[in-house]
Design a binder for this molecule. Structure first.
Ligand code: PHE
Length: 359
């Protein structure tokens, strides 16, 4: 009798002292496993006389039940303890203020893209997109740039290895192929802008081999260059956040527009390192443009007898540099985290016309 009591006391106190689930499992096996102390004890019942068995049987069973129960209780307690420790170590104080830094900053080019999109969306333009790797046909031929045009030459264009049929893709040299894609996929009225990347073999303080442009295209039955002038003026006022701007038109040449016009914006550069708009004696080149060439319209499936419209295109990186006082284009694409922290924008301040474009 006292042997069974001792065994129980010893096991129950060992169970209470088990510091983790692995130790507890070892104890369980040593007592209740196939060769465990209690199992061995139970086996001895077989060799006992019926009277002895009647006496010992219930004792042994009680011992087994009590030890099993102690183990189960200890197991629950240990699990609860582990859970509480985890909850304490992973506790989050949801009332703490947001730390803005881990979100990073918005690149000035992305910021300017969002600003431009917000302005043109407000005037009624939608956004169209095209791929950076473009068909030679869309980048050049359908824009009325014949095969011997200088813009096609290797020194300007990044060519991709020839396809099996001998045709070559290019890294688009401007965003104008999006005009082609838009006209091929939709009939007038068309009113789109298309901001995106363009590529040319060119690199210095003001040119990067990858740069950003924005394209605009409006086609209907009566749109003319006067409409374009108004759109560009409204854009400049909103973008540079000034009351008044002045645009100057210069005759120009692009194979895909006729007539072609380049637009300059009046500005003042008399204070070194500073540029202001709406007054002054300097001019800033803003965009190339023109009335879409009838040949381009018909190559893109639009009837030039019925429809007409303008297209314009210009660089975005330079607009970002001017607006935010960034002197050199090269760090734009170097991914230097210090530069991004300095010139970047708060990620949750999305530019809107009524909420403020750049604040
Ligand atoms: N694609 C021209 C360029 O890259 C700009 C342009 C676009 C001119 C649309 C006229 C019309 O310089």
């Amino acid at each position: 009798m006292s042997g069974v009591d001792d065994l129980e006391r010893g096991l129950v106190s060992a169970v209470a002292a088990a510091a983790d689930e692995a130790t507890l499992e070892q104890l369980r096996v040593s007592a209740l496993g196939k060769k465990g102390s209690i199992s061995e004890l139970l086996k001895t019942l077989g060799n006992m006389s019926p009277e002895e068995r009647k006496e010992k049987g219930p004792q042994f069973n009680t011992l087994r039940d009590r030890v099993s129960e102690a183990i189960a209780e200890r197991k629950t307690a240990l699990q609860e303890q582990a859970l509480n420790a985890r909850l304490a170590s992973e506790r989050v104080d949801v009332t703490l203020p947001v730390r803005p830094e881990p979100l990073g900053t918005i690149h000035p080019v992305s910021q300017v893209l969002d600003e431009i999109t917000a302005i043109f969306a407000d005037i009624g333009f939608s956004v169209a997109e095209g791929p950076d790797v473009e068909f030679d046909d869309y980048n050049f031929t359908k824009l009325n740039i014949p095969p011997d045009h200088p813009a096609r030459q290797m020194h300007d264009t990044f060519y991709v290895s020839p396809q099996k049929d001998g045709s070559r893709h290019v890294l688009r040299t401007h965003t104008s192929p999006v005009q082609v894609r838009t006209m091929l996929s939709q009939q007038p009225p068309v009113r789109i802008i298309s901001p995106g990347r363009a590529y040319r073999v060119d690199s210095d303080a003001t040119h990067s081999p990858m740069f950003h442009q924005i394209e605009g295209l409006v086609i209907d039955e009566m749109t003319n260059l006067g409409h374009l002038k108004w759109v560009l003026e409204e854009f400049c006022k909103a973008f540079f956040e000034v009351e008044k701007v002045e645009l100057r038109a210069r005759p120009s040449f692009f194979p895909f527009t006729e007539p072609s016009v380049e637009w300059d914006l009046r500005c003042d550069r008399s204070v070194p390192g500073k540029i202001t708009f709406g007054h002054g004696n300097d001019w800033l080149e803003l965009a190339g443009s023109g009335m879409v060439h009838p040949k381009v319209l018909s190559m893109c499936g639009i009837d030039p007898e019925k429809y007409q419209g303008y297209a314009f295109g210009g660089g975005i990186d330079r607009l970002a540099m001017l607006k935010y006082g960034i002197p050199d284009i090269r760090p734009f694409f170097e991914s230097d985290i210090r530069w991004l922290r300095h010139f970047g924008f708060a990620p949750l301040d999305i530019p809107t016309l009524d909420g403020g474009l750049s604040r």
